[in-house]
Design a protein around this ligand. Structure first.
Ligand code: ATP
Ligand code: MG
Length: 225
């Protein structure tokens, strides 16, 4: 049902997965600029339950989900899809894509947004070669990461060479599209480190997210005091 809600005239469902530990303005601005550039009704943020590519997050999946919901509460172009947090499974994009594809049916465009760091790390993902049979991949630049794909990603590189936004919106899956947005050198790691040091992350993330971090003493805030 969510997938149907997130679709536009082309029927495209565009989503950005992540740990969002916490969600920040780099994620939010990226999602909003993509929504506008692609002309879709909205972009969904999908917080992961238990990330598979990294160590345990600094806050619970419920806290990360709530912060994402707070961040988009006043922005109709962005939505939060809680399917990974609700599922009892570890978060494999492959499984999320299969569940989205089952809801959308075989014809509608399904687009997964990845920052350049995530895209370059794709070969470590579960069933990664099959991902572009389920979706298109929209890659956004991220300061500090240069586009140098693994030679094993040749199939993805070919999928990238001859594509366009129109081609993506006109087909269900199989293309890799790169797009340059306002570069924002913000990471959740930086925010967690600031908070742990007793410094404010204000203006790197939305105020309601910062207030939530303070209320729940996340990321080692005021530890020992
Ligand atoms: P961490 O430092 O904990 O890894 P992060 O800032 O990288 O956090 P993630 O939740 O890991 O955030 O990222 C989710 C998705 O958002 C990934 O595809 C990532 O590449 C992308 N992303 C994160 N920050 C930015 C940014 N500043 N600009 C563009 N894309 C970003
Ligand atoms: Mg990251």
């Amino acid at each position: 049902v969510r997938a149907v809600e997130g679709a536009n005239a082309s029927g495209a469902y565009v989503f950005m997965g992540g740990t969002f530990d916490p969600i920040h303005n780099g994620h939010l601005r990226t999602a909003l600029e993509l929504q506008q550039w692609m002309g879709v009704e909205r972009v969904c943020l999908v917080p992961s339950r238990k990330p598979v590519h990294r160590e345990a997050p600094g806050s619970s999946s419920e806290a990360r989900l709530t912060m994402a919901q707070l961040a988009v509460a006043d922005e109709p172009a962005l939505d939060v899809d809680d399917r990974e947090v609700r599922s009892g499974q570890p978060s494999f994009s492959y499984l999320t894509l299969r569940s989205l594809r089952a809801e959308l049916g075989p014809e509608r465009p399904l687009c997964m947004v990845l920052g350049m760091d995530a895209y370059l790390g794709l070969p470590s993902w579960h069933q990664w070669q099959e991902l572009i049979e389920l979706c298109h991949i929209i890659v956004v630049r991220r300061p500090g990461y240069i586009y140098e794909p693994d030679p094993g990603m040749a199939r993805f590189t070919r999928a990238h060479e001859t594509t366009s936004l129109a081609a993506v919106l006109g087909s269900p899956c199989g293309r890799v599209l790169m797009h340059e947005l306002t570069p924002l050198s913000i990471s959740a790691t930086q925010i967690r480190q600031l908070v742990a040091k007793g410094l404010s992350p204000r203006y790197l993330c939305p105020d309601p997210v910062w207030h939530f971090i303070q209320q729940h003493r996340l990321y080692g805030l005021n530890e020992g005091s």
